[in-house]
Every structure is written in C-alpha cells, then in structure tokens.
Design a protein around this ligand. Structure first.
Ligand code: ADP
Length: 558
C-alpha cells in the first residue's frame, strides 16, 4: 500500500492549483475581445489566440509561423516596421499603432495594436501584441471626413460642373469603385452625368451601360429607377437574380455588367423642394465591399448637401440674370430717355416764352404745366439711372464743404411749384457748413419732399426742420398725410419696396425714391430714419455729419 508523505500531498495540490490557474489564464486569453499574438524578434507569428478568427477571420494554425508584414496594407507597412524596430530596442517598452491588415475575406481591416516587448522575459521571450478591430470606428470617421471635404468643395464653388467632378473624384476609391452624379433639366431629361471609375478606362463602359437603358420607360434598378421613383436603392450583393430583370429588359446590358464586375450597389436621388433634380450612385467591384444601411445613410446626407448647393447655385444664377436683365435695361432705357426729355424741355421753354411775349397767356400757362411735368419725368429718369448706378457701385459723389440752408432753399423753390395744395415751410437753420455732395443731398431731400406731397393729398402743410446736433445737422420732412403702418417701416428703404395695401395702390410710384435717398445719406456717413403712424402723417429725418470720415473731394465707387 503506497504511503504518501505530507510533503508529496502538498506538492500535488500546488501543482494542480497551478494547472487550474494556467487553464484560467488560457481561457481568459482565448475569450478576450482582443486578439493576442506572440511575435518573434523577426516578426514571425509564434502564437495567436483563438479570438484572432473573430478579429481577422484566420484560424490560429493557418498563420502560425508566418511573417506579420505580408498581411499589412502597403501604405501602412513602413510605419509598422519603424515602430516594430524601435520596440525591439526597448525591453519592457510598449508601442500602440493603427494600421490596416488583410482580413481573410479579402477586405482591409483597421486594427489598433499595442505591442509590448517581453523578449527579455525568460517566461515569454516574445513581442506580445494585443489587437482590436476598429474598422467600424474608422469607417464612421472616414464618412465624416468625406462629408466635411465634400461640403467644403460644395460651398467653395458655385460652378457646379467643376464641383460635381471633384465630388466623384473624392468618393473613389474610398467609398466606391465607380460613382456617378446625374442631373436633370426642366423637362426631366438627363442633361449631364459626371462619372469616376477606379480604372479610368472603364468610365466608357459605365456610360455605355447607362446608354443601354436610359430610354426604357421604367427600369427595375439603377440610375433611371432613382430618377423615376425618387427613392433610394441599396443592393448589398449583386447576384445574377438581381441582374436578371435588367437583362430581360435589354440583353445588351449583360456583357457590360459582366465587364464591370459589379458586386454591390447603392444610390439615392437628389431632391429639392420635393422635386427630383438628379441622382448619385455608388458601385463596388470588390467582393468584400458590401454596402450597408449606414453607407446609404451617408450617401443620403451627401445627396442632401449636393442638392442644396445646386439649388443655391441655381438661385444665385437666376438672381444674377435678373439683375443683369433688369439693371442693364433700366440703365440703357434711362440713358435713352434723358436726351429727348432734355431737348423737349428746351423746346417747351422756348415756345412758352414766345407765347408770353405774344400775350397768349392761356396757352402759355399750359406750356408751364407741361414744363413742370417734364421736370417730374426728368427726376424719375434720374432716379432710375441712379438705381442701376448704385447696383453697379458707380454712384459718384463730388464732396465739398457747402451751405445746407442754401441747398434746402433751392430744393424747396424747385418743388413748391409742383404742388398747388401744399405750403412747404422751413423751420430752423444751421450755422456751419457741412461736408458732402450738395446735389446729391438736394436729390435725397427732393425724394422726401415729393413723397410728402404725394402721400398727403388731404393735407396742406409740409414742414422741413433743420436742427444742429453736436456732430451732425439733422434735416426732417414732416407731412400730415396717410402715414405708414409699423410693419412696413423696416422695409421702406429696400429697392422696389412699396406698401401694399388697397388704399396705397392709388399712388403711383416705383419704390426707388427712399432707396436712393437712403443710399445717398449712408454714403455721407449719415442715417435716414422714419417715424410714422397710420393716418397721422410721417416724419422722415436724415443726419449729415459736419465732417464725413471720408474727406476725399471726389468719392467715386470703383
Ligand atoms: P414710391 O413712392 O415710388 O413708391 P419710395 O421708395 O419713395 O417709392 O417709397 C416707398 C414706399 O414708402 C411708398 O410706396 C409708400 O408706401 C411709402 N412712403 C414713402 N414716403 C411716404 C410718406 N411720406 N407717407 C406715407 N408713405 C410713404
């Protein structure tokens, strides 16, 4: 009968405890979320935990003894080697690095690896690597980067032709092996397509494929379908069953699809105000790139930004066109009108003098009225001409010190004869000269006075008040007319703005008088403002600093 000593029993117990511990550690390593590898100083794989299969698809025995370097992405290899070499010089040291490794399924997986140098440790004698697959995080980062870069390109240019080409360039190869953006015209016909393919010689094939089915009334997949339905489409794996309906519609597409090697596809329409204006498609030719719902969400966000930019570009072009149709026309028309009106005025004045001399007073007074109407026409033409000059930044100013009282008096003398109903009265005066263009100030005042007359048909008084504030003269024109509702006062100085209520429609006008007056006062560093109440009349006031900050005698906008 064997007799065990106490010592023997203790040794056996501690041995089995040791084994249990080892088991536990092994299980810990095998089941950890990270994969663990041991590498020799030469970079060969000495051991891989089972979890390597979850991270990179390989079974441990498949890669035992292999070198790590051949699995690395060529772009990341140099940095990996540099860090590995430096780690070899650091016993006990640690290095962390992100790089791409070929997954068993052929795709590139992003890995975050921490290597620790235990070569000197007699129990380990290896570089210990911890690996974590961070492909998903990298994809999110990459999509965000692409969105940011695309957005920058989109806002930096309104020339959409260039921008769209840059966008498809940006998306290949990181998101697609080929990518298209198509735009529709107003008749819902495709007016242009930009294409980029990872292999440039295949761009022609992509175009040819589209040519084959673009005239089909309805298409089961692809660009045409996006344009017709306005719905996104995601085909994670392109199988023969997916292609079958397309081939049935038109057998000619089969060899083209074959040549293109399409493996996965997604696309989404470009939509502005519920209208499909184009579409963007992404295609993969790599078996390992399969588009997912997250990818589609990215494309939809990108499409939203592209559509918005295109709509802005369209609005901008329309506005440019409208300004160029309208302002050129106004400018030319007012120039052309000015000459005949001036000579007409000269003839009218000559005839009027003759009639007075001949004692034909009745006829003469008709010619005086005619002359006053011609003055109104002249002012209107001048305002029209000035509107286009303001738009072009070419309203010129001849600034000097001048007597404001004199300008007010002269303006009144011109305006008073145009109304038989109103008496225009001046209150106050200013004792020092002011700086500015006296003709332009006279023009601003003229516009305020003609409004005061026009918008107070029932009243008989208009007051022009002049007061001296500390730094500026203040001129106000008060009428006792129809007044203005509060909601309009913020817009009165906008170009072409007219108060739109049934009562107002009876007053003729173009909505440019206050716009010009405001521009003139602004260009003198002054401000134009209004106080008014509906039915109570209005007070329009402007300030005119004694000395403007710009003292140049001739102030012409380039
Ligand atoms: P217009 O008189 O040709 O319409 P303005 O630019 O001179 O253009 O004026 C813009 C609008 O402001 C006018 O259409 C009118 O509704 C309002 N307005 C201007 N001056 C007065 C005023 N003195 N009293 C009441 N409304 C005024």
């Amino acid at each position: 009968m064997a007799v065990h000593s106490k010592k023997d029993t203790a040794t056996t117990e501690s041995q089995s405890a040791l084994e249990r511990n080892e088991e536990r550690f092994r299980a810990l390593i095998q089941h950890s979320a990270d994969a663990i590898q041991l590498l020799s100083a030469e970079g060969n794989i000495l051991y891989s935990s089972d979890s390597i299969e979850r991270v990179l698809g390989y079974k441990p025995e498949e890669i035992l003894g292999a070198g790590a370097a051949p699995y690395l992405h060529p772009d990341d290899l140099p940095l990996f080697l540099e860090r590995f070499t430096s780690l070899l010089q650091m016993p006990g040291g640690q290095v962390t690095l992100e790089y791409r490794v070929k997954h068993k399924n052929g795709s590139w997986a992003w890995i975050e690896a921490t290597g620790s140098n235990y070569l000197h440790d007699p129990h380990i004698q290896a570089i210990v690597g911890n690996f974590r697959n961070i492909t998903q995080r990298k994809q999110v980062e990459e999509r965000q980067r692409l969105l940011n870069e695309a957005s920058e390109k989109l806002v930096s240019s309104l020339d959409h032709q260039i921008t769209l080409q840059e966008i498809v360039q940006l998306l290949v190869p990181s998101m697609a092996d080929y990518c298209r953006i198509a735009l529709l015209d107003n008749q819902q016909q495709i007016k242009e397509i930009v294409v980029n393919h990872i292999e440039p010689e295949k761009i022609a094939l992509v175009r040819e494929l589209y040519e084959q089915y673009k005239d089909r009334a309805s298409s089961s997949h692809g660009l045409q379908r996006l344009l017709e339905t306005g719905q996104s489409e995601l085909i994670p794996v392109v199988t023969p069953e997916v292609i079958a309906p397309l081939a049935q519609e038109n057998p000619a597409v089969l060899p083209i699809i074959d040549a293109l090697d399409l493996t996965s596809y997604m696309g989404t329409p470009l939509i502005v105000h519920d209208r499909v204006i184009g579409a963007i498609t992404f295609s993969s030719i790599q078996p390992q790139r399969r588009y997912t719902n997250e990818d589609l969400a990215f494309v939809e966000e990108l499409a939203r930004r592209i559509a918005l930019t295109l709509d802005n570009a369209r609005l901008y072009q329309e506005a440019q066109k409208a300004i160029a149709l309208r302002d050129d026309f106004i400018s030319i028309a007012s120039h052309e009108l000015r000459t005949p009106v001036t000579s007409l005025k000269l003839y009218v004045q000559a005839v009027q003098k003759q009639l007075v001399r001949r004692g034909e007073d009745h006829l003469a007074s008709s010619f005086t009225k005619m002359d006053a109407q011609l003055d109104k026409l002249t002012l209107l033409i001048r305002d029209l001409l000035n509107v286009s000059r303001i738009e072009l930044g070419k309203l010129d100013f001849q600034k000097d010190l001048f007597d404001l009282n004199g300008v007010i008096k002269e303006t009144l003398e011109q305006i008073q004869p145009t109304t038989s109903k109103h008496a225009i009265r001046i209150e106050g005066k200013i004792d020092q000269p002011v700086w500015g263009d006296k003709d332009r100030i006279g023009q601003a005042l003229t516009n305020l006075l003609t409004n005061a007359i026009k918008y107070s048909p029932q009243a008989d008084t208009i007051i022009v008040r002049v007061t001296a504030a500390q730094d500026a003269a203040v001129v106000s024109v008060q009428d006792f007319g129809i007044g203005i509702e509060k909601e309009h006062t913020n817009h009165l100085f906008d170009r072409f703005y007219r108060v739109n209520d049934p009562e107002e429609k009876t007053y003729p006008g173009l909505g440019i008088g206050l716009y010009i007056a405001n521009e003139i006062i602004k260009r003198h560093d002054g401000t134009l403002s209004v106080e008014s109440e509906k039915g109570q009349g209005s007070v329009f006031s402007f300030t005119l600093p004694y000395k403007s900050s710009t003292l140049s005698p001739r102030d012409v906008d380039a």
